[in-house]
Write a protein that binds this ligand. Structure first.
Ligand SMILES: C[S@@+](CC[C@H](N)C(=O)[O-])C[C@H]1O[C@@H](n2cnc3c(N)ncnc32)[C@H](O)[C@@H]1O
Length: 319
């Protein structure tokens, strides 16, 4: 139980501090509360994460506004919360990440066939349907989505090659261990509960992106990126540039050998491979990017670092 308490203390200190006062308070509280630690210790080790607990509790009971409300919710609904924690995973779908990788897509020879591995509900498969505000340059959403599409704000460095138009994407598909279904109310509620409570802007744009995706449903098939990708690549039209991309996914593959094998297979297939992940995921590529930037993702194309990006797409620091 000590290690669970330490995990929650670390989450409060490193992840929640400055980003979510509520989660910071709750995580510290969990770390020092016997009944919460006992509850967590009865779950499988890979189901004890703070993000999963807080999202599951909100999914079952709504957002607790205080430690007292948290304790009451966990006391009264422990079984329902545990069920959510063992059946669901942290599948946060953050369409704002498109603002960080769209400029790279626009540099590729079109038309494009886009394949996203670890797509969750597929919201990042629609980068050509959203609007962008990179501060010194804007790109309006296409007219058919103009009224409902979110516009993603991203602070871009002076040297970032910002596009004047969306890329031409003629085919797209996603792959996920557990694709979330945007017509399923529970799945959409889960996506909403995964957004931290104070992140109102992210919540609003998630809702807007879901509206867009319901009008232009991206196909996401069930499968494991380690075994099931070649079938999708074979389906892509031969006259388009095939781009395989992933954001915030490879850290779910715990074994570095598996990650490296995936990287090698991507280089060998001859597709364009775009990876937007924490730099620790591919240390070999991160070495080429200079000093590690704290709390940033590294955007690699075919294993070559091109930019540091904010983990929610809020920043683009071109190398
Ligand atoms: C944090 S979410 C990121 C979703 C999306 N890429 C985004 O940036 O919004 C990670 C996703 O990766 C999926 N995933 C994890 N391991 C996977 C694997 N081996 N094969 C396919 N999908 C995987 C999870 O199911 C989850 O939906």
């Amino acid at each position: 139980m000590n290690s669970i308490a330490e995990r929650y203390r670390r989450f409060a200190r490193v992840e929640a501090a400055g980003r979510s006062p509520l989660y910071e308070t709750l995580a510290k509280h969990v770390a020092g509360t016997q009944h919460a630690l006992t509850f967590l210790s009865r779950l499988p080790r890979d189901r004890q994460q703070p993000n999963l607990l807080f999202a599951a509790l909100r999914h079952v009971c709504g957002t607790p506004m205080s430690i007292t409300e948290f304790d009451e919710a966990l006391g009264e609904h422990a079984q329902a919360i545990a069920e959510v924690m063992v059946t669901r995973t942290t599948q946060t779908n953050e369409p704002g990440r498109c603002a960080a990788f769209l400029p790279s897509l626009c540099q590729m020879q079109g038309p494009l066939a886009l394949i996203e591995v670890g797509a969750s509900a597929g919201l990042c498969l629609l980068p050509d349907a959203y609007g962008y505000d990179w501060e010194r340059q804007q790109l309006a959403p296409p007219s058919q989505f103009g009224a409902i599409a979110p516009v993603f704000h991203c602070h871009a460095s002076e040297n970032a090659p910002l596009p004047l138009q969306h890329p031409e994407i003629v085919w797209r598909a996603g792959l996920d261990l557990n694709p979330l279904d945007l017509s399923n109310h529970e799945d959409v509620a889960w996506l909403e509960n995964l957004i931290w409570p104070e992140h109102h802007e992210r919540f609003a744009r998630l809702r807007a992106a879901v509206q867009v995706a319901r009008k232009n449903r991206p196909r996401v098939v069930a499968g494991d990126l380690r075994q099931d990708l070649s079938g999708l690549i074979a389906e892509a039209p031969s006259d388009a540039t095939v781009v395989v991309f992933h954001t915030a996914v490879l850290s779910y593959i715990a074994d570095q050998n598996d990650r490296d094998a995936f990287a090698r297979s991507m280089i060998d297939t001859g597709v364009v491979w775009l990876s937007n992940e924490s730099p620790g995921v591919f240390p070999e590529f991160a070495e080429k990017a200079g000093p590690i930037r704290e709390n940033m993702f590294l955007l690699n194309i075919n294993g070559q670092p091109v930019a540091w990006t904010g983990p929610h797409g809020q920043e683009l620091q071109w190398l």
